[in-house]
Design a protein around this ligand. Structure first.
Ligand SMILES: *Cc1c(COP(=O)(O)O)cnc(C)c1O
Length: 362
């Protein structure tokens, strides 16, 4: 039996990158490829984006940056999580740029540059309302300006808390604070917008966009039509078809009652593969392009679909079923499971073989 696979369309990622570029009025657009490119394989995704013209990349952690450098010799790689003293040598050896977020980190990087006799490149992160990483207003006011000159400041950035909600007052508040705080630093390119922020308009674009999710097909404008193309789907074969010759129940908890004559197809994908048990019933698979409802509870390794509406010859052992590919795609499945597409993507299991589709290089 062919194994269940996660199919990742690298060309669609490149097209989504081009869409963001167009929305951003051809400003530089970086790609956020943290968490292994949101679970899709940074080793394949990042070089495809590099070929599409992307020159700057963001990861969360040093280990991710070190791994990514092997696949991207000539691109800028920023590490969002900042800098610890023990990491300095590895940052320098791999040519990675830390995103500095405390006065202590700035001092570490400046001192490392002094020791090496050259100004080392880095970004500075300003906290404008997330309260996770980045310098506070008070820390910006207290910075030693002379010390900043020992750093090659290549980017000043902050991060939006509510970008997916264009009417939220936080957006304007963070924009104003970002303008105010960034003026207190030496001049450098500035970046505020993630994927959703890109759609808040030119005031949020500055000199660099930092989309992640939208590149991978997640809707950056929730509640409005998705401007991005779908990138991922799960494909798995039907393992078994049951025809009920009497009314019966399906799955754990006997949670689904099936009528006499119903046909139920079993597929080898479950919550261990990242298809949330909480999404389950109410979401759909596709067989030959037709929606078939998932019924009963999603179990660890298996799920069941009601295929009664399809002809018998259309659903047999081995017939491919696609998941995450119906209307609304990953966003709809995530919502049914009480979460967001980001979490669904990054939790897709590694038992699913990754298949990267790539037909052309721009
Ligand atoms: C994850 C992240 C991004 C990308 O956000 P998306 O919503 O996926 O576009 C951008 N900037 C920072 C600081 C992040 O942590």
């Amino acid at each position: 039996m062919p194994e269940a696979a996660l199919i990742i369309d690298l060309d669609a990622i490149a097209r989504n990158y081009a869409t963001i570029r167009a929305v951003a009025g051809d400003r530089p657009v970086a790609a956020v490829v943290k968490a292994n490119a949101y679970g899709l394989g940074a080793d394949r995704v990042a070089p495809r984006l590099r070929a599409a013209g992307c020159e700057q990349f963001f990861v969360a952690k040093l280990v991710e940056g070190v791994a990514l450098r092997r696949h991207l010799q000539d691109a800028t790689i920023y590490v969002l999580e900042g800098l610890a003293a023990v990491e300095i040598d590895e940052f320098v050896a791999c040519g990675l740029r830390p995103v500095l977020g405390t006065p202590g980190e700035i001092e570490l990087w400046a001192a490392a540059g002094d020791r090496l006799g050259r100004r080392l490149p880095a970004a500075i992160h300003l906290d404008t309302g997330m309260c996770r990483l980045g310098l506070s207003s008070a820390e910006v006011a207290g910075l030693d300006r002379g010390r900043l000159r020992s750093i090659d400041l290549t980017l000043v950035m902050s991060h939006l808390a509510c970008a997916e909600d264009p009417g939220h007052p936080m957006n304007a508040r963070q924009l104003a604070l970002f303008l105010e705080l960034s003026q207190k630093l030496p001049p450098a390119p500035r970046s505020l917008a993630n994927a959703s922020g890109t759609f808040l308009g030119p005031a949020f674009h500055f000199d660099l966009l930092r989309p992640g999710a939208a590149l991978y097909g997640i809707n950056p404008t929730p509640g409005r039509p998705n401007p991005m193309q779908p990138v991922v789907r799960i494909r798995a074969p039907v393992l078994r078809v049951h025809r009920l010759d009497a009314p019966g129940t399906v799955g754990y908890g006997a949670a689904h009652a099936a009528e006499k004559g119903a046909r139920i197809a079993t597929v080898g994908v479950g919550y261990a593969d990242g298809y949330m048990r909480s999404a389950g019933a109410g979401t759909f698979g596709l067989i030959a392009g037709r929606e078939v409802p998932i019924v009963g509870r999603v179990s660890m390794d298996l799920m069941t679909l009601d295929v009664s509406a399809l002809d018998e010859h259309q659903v047999e052992v081995g017939t491919p079923v696609e998941l995450l590919a119906g209307p609304g795609g990953i966003d709809a499945v995530a919502e049914a499971g009480g979460t967001i597409g980001y979490e669904l993507l990054t939790r897709l299991g590694h038992r699913l073989r990754r298949i990267h589709l790539e037909s052309q290089r721009a």
